[in-house]
Design a protein around this ligand. Structure first.
Ligand SMILES: [Mg+2]
Length: 234
């Protein structure tokens, strides 16, 4: 990197930007939630939002929507219902575009000579498949997903694995997240973290993040850095 253009935050040169995937690059969160909500509603049951949010940015260890509904009904859901739910989820995800500002921040980070990573609690197949379909898979230097670690978010393992892969220190990288589980993971890894809530996570507490934005399109990367250093300013 040309030291003349180096960007520092709190005295540390920033060398990498690490993105979450679900709900941050692509809004998969609303389709996944809505697809389950439809199944619950069709069976006259309520999908408890406060339980649902435990799994946003993580895995279904905390709450399993299928098992929960089966317990409520006292019987297993027919395979046909499960298949239809997946079909609806896919249909709704395929209708989504990349979230605003993602591409411009990838471009800006690359111009600064920063490396780019993805840290996701989802499977590598899921993340790689969508990134490839959206034409941005090759923009990233390193991806670390559920398959690569023992503990997903909110544990820091995924972020630590990406930092190792990129060869940068925690204080040299910025994480961008949409969920409390993701923000917690980034902070536990010792990184700066920007939170950008989506329709699901906007109802959750993201105050652990160093900076909160309504959209990645709200600021340039330079402005994002400026606000991270001086979060009270606008
Ligand atoms: Mg997420």
């Amino acid at each position: 990197m040309d030291t003349a253009t180096a960007i520092l935050i709190f005295g540390n040169v920033i060398r990498a930007l690490v993105f979450d995937f679900d709900g941050l690059i692509l809004d998969t969160e609303e389709p996944v939630y809505r697809s389950w909500l439809e199944v619950y509603q069709a069976h006259g049951e309520e999908l408890p939002f406060e339980r649902w949010v435990q799994i946003v940015g993580s895995t279904t260890t905390g709450f399993h929507p299928q098992h929960h509904l089966e317990e409520r009904l006292g019987r297993p859901l027919p395979q046909e219902v499960l298949d239809r739910r997946i079909g609806r989820r896919t249909e709704m995800i395929l209708a989504q575009e990349l979230l605003p500002g993602v591409v411009s921040h990838l471009d800006a980070a690359r111009e600064l000579g920063w490396q780019l990573g993805v840290a996701s609690s989802s499977t590598a197949d899921w993340v790689r498949g969508h990134l490839a379909r959206l034409g941005i898979l090759d923009r990233f230097d390193c991806l670390r997903c559920r398959d690569d670690v023992v503990h997903v978010k909110p544990e820091p393992d995924l972020y630590i694995a990406v930092l190792e892969c990129l060869g940068v220190e925690a204080q040299e990288a910025i994480a961008i997240e949409d969920s409390p589980n993701g923000v917690m993971a980034a902070k536990r890894a010792g990184m700066l973290c920007v939170a950008i809530p989506n329709t699901i996570t906007a109802r959750l507490d993201l105050t652990l993040a160093d900076l909160m934005l309504t959209s990645l399109a709200e600021v340039s990367l330079t402005e994002l850095v400026r606000r991270l250093e001086r979060p009270g300013t606008s």
